[in-house]
Write a protein that binds this ligand. Structure first.
Ligand code: BG6
Length: 508
């Protein structure tokens, strides 16, 4: 994490009474404060429509057992504001000016939009009307942090960008994809470019396919209303998973700075092979969980969830095979899936290497990895939980003859017990405060990802014969997803294989 000396600043959170502030933002700030990574002169100003005193806000927004110390609590303030009224933002300017006086925040403001996207435009207009977006002198800064969703499709994303750019320049805008804040996702860059042994193999000559899984055991919980308009493709695939693919596929940047790193991921997104309607039929599988009974407990189907239409066609699972048309990856399939109500919560990326050119050894009778005819090496980057890196390779089965067995080398982050692993929001918040945009999404990348995803959304909307497969809650998704696999791969990886085979489920 950056250890730069910092000027004072104020973080202004719009949508302060929301879940994100309580669950992620304030705990992240509290941890940063405890680790002395925040500027000495610092304040948080929560903005909401409800009338609350500072103390009431502190009690509501921070759990008593959050461990936040009193000095941190005293840096948190609240202001009631009708954010829909662009004339009301003068009040905000006054409050911020008084924080500059009392807390030394020096006119440096980080505006954090943690509201539904429908509110973004008005808030940005209000900020601009009060002149709060302008960096008055060379030493002060104004930045805007935006939470996804960045639009609903390409056209709405372009419209959103137009609105944001009316007040803020691209240099001032920090778009959060919290996956980029995860240590294990960042570590993909260090694994690739901080070692000499992987990069020579990291291409179409040695890689058979790349498999990325983001499985969740929970359903949509109380977010049915949001999810109905989103679905797995928009919620996870268009942003988080394409960015993980971007980290795996990018070329080495010229240097490690925001412009170089983001230029390289952008080149990956520009190289995504566009999908025709027929390609969508053959390469993208969608599913929706239906009710089932797990361990004697009834688990409702998606259509029974609160806020969900009884005839909803929103997908809660998506699996896709796509290609990156460039020299490094030409014709290497990227197999990516995500879903709710799968058997466990696990996110991982797997590089499946090609088979050795000439096969000299056979597997011992009991030593073959289940169903795996190829015995191919795998590099497994476990993003969460049990963060780590695993390499599967073959060795001689002890005893007579020359039979093989697949074994693993397994690194767990938990082995680094003396090191603190920050939460994604800690990393992203401090980066926004120090002005490091490397782990934030640039607008051209957002649009390139939508350009790739839009044809899938259009095909699903316009071609009613493209099936929406039901899958029982607690299963690994629709059987049809297997059609995306290479002929020699028997199945998608089962990160929880042993438990699932015993009829147990990891989390549900
Ligand atoms: C969010 C999605 O962006 O990511 C959620 O809106 C999803 O639906 C969440 O549950 C997953 O994040 P994580 O960090 O738990 O993998």
């Amino acid at each position: 994490m950056n250890n730069l000396p910092l000027d004072g600043c104020a973080i202004v959170i719009f949508g302060a009474s929301g879940d994100l502030t309580k669950r992620k933002l304030l705990p992240a700030l509290s941890n940063l404060h405890a680790r002395r990574l925040l500027p000495e002169h610092f304040a948080v100003l929560g903005i909401g429509r409800t009338k609350l005193s500072d103390e009431e806000f502190r009690s509501r927004a921070m759990d008593h057992d959050s461990g936040a110390d009193e000095t941190f609590r005293r840096t948190i303030f609240y202001r009631q504001l009708d954010t829909r009224n662009v004339d009301a933002y003068g009040d905000l300017a006054e409050r911020l000016a008084s924080l500059d006086e009392s807390h030394g925040t020096r006119g440096n403001y980080l505006f954090y939009l943690s509201t539904p996207p429908s509110a973004f435009e008005t808030i940005v207009r209000g900020i601009a009307k009060a002149g709060l977006h302008e960096e008055s002198d060379e030493r002060s800064w104004r930045r805007l942090v935006v939470e996804k969703p960045f639009g609903y499709d390409l056209a709405s994303a372009e419209e959103l960008e137009k609105q944001l750019h009316k007040a803020f320049s691209e240099r001032q805008i920090y778009r959060i994809d919290h996956y980029l804040g995860k240590e294990t996702v960042q570590n993909m860059l260090v694994l690739r470019f901080g070692n000499g042994i992987f990069e020579p193999l990291w291409n179409r000559n040695y890689v058979q396919h790349v498999e990325i899984t983001a499985a969740e055991s929970i359903g949509v919980e109380d977010r049915g209303g949001y999810y109905e308009r989103s679905g797995a493709l928009r919620d996870m695939f268009q942003n988080h998973l394409l960015h993980v693919a971007g980290m795996i596929a990018m070329e080495p940047p010229a240097s490690f700075n925001a412009a170089s790193v983001r230029n390289e991921t952008m080149k990956v997104f520009e190289s995504l092979r566009p999908l025709s309607v027929d390609d969508v039929r053959a390469n993208v599988i969608r599913g929706q969980y239906v009710s089932s009974t797990i361990g004697g407990r009834y688990v409702p189907g998606y259509r029974e969830e609160k806020g969900v239409a009884p005839d909803s066609r929103t997908e809660t699972y998506v699996a896709a095979r796509f290609y990156i048309d460039n020299w490094r990856w030409s014709d290497v399939p990227f197999l990516v899936r995500t879903g709710k109500r799968l058997p466990t919560r696990v996110t991982e990326a797997v590089i499946h290497f090609k088979q050795a050119p000439h096969r000299l050894f056979a597997y011992g009778a009991s030593a073959r990895r289940d169903g795996d005819e190829c015995g191919c090496n795998q590099l497994i980057m476990r993003i969460q939980p049990d963060e780590g890196i695993l390499i599967n390779f073959n060795m001689k089965l002890p005893g007579g003859g020359f039979e093989m067995k697949t074994v693993s080398m397994d690194f767990h982050y938990s082995d680094l017990s003396d090191l603190y692993t920050p939460e994604a929001y800690e990393r992203l918040l401090i980066d926004a405060v120090v002005g490091d945009a490397t782990l934030f999404t640039r607008h051209d990348a957002v649009e390139a990802c939508w350009r790739f995803v839009d044809p899938i959304l259009n095909a699903w909307r316009e071609e009613p014969d493209i099936p929406l497969h039901g899958y029982p809650a607690g299963s690994w998704g629709p059987e049809a997803a297997r059609t995306l696999l290479q002929s020699h791969v028997p199945d998608w990886r089962r990160p929880c294989r042993n438990l699932a085979e015993n009829g147990e489920f990891c989390d549900l």
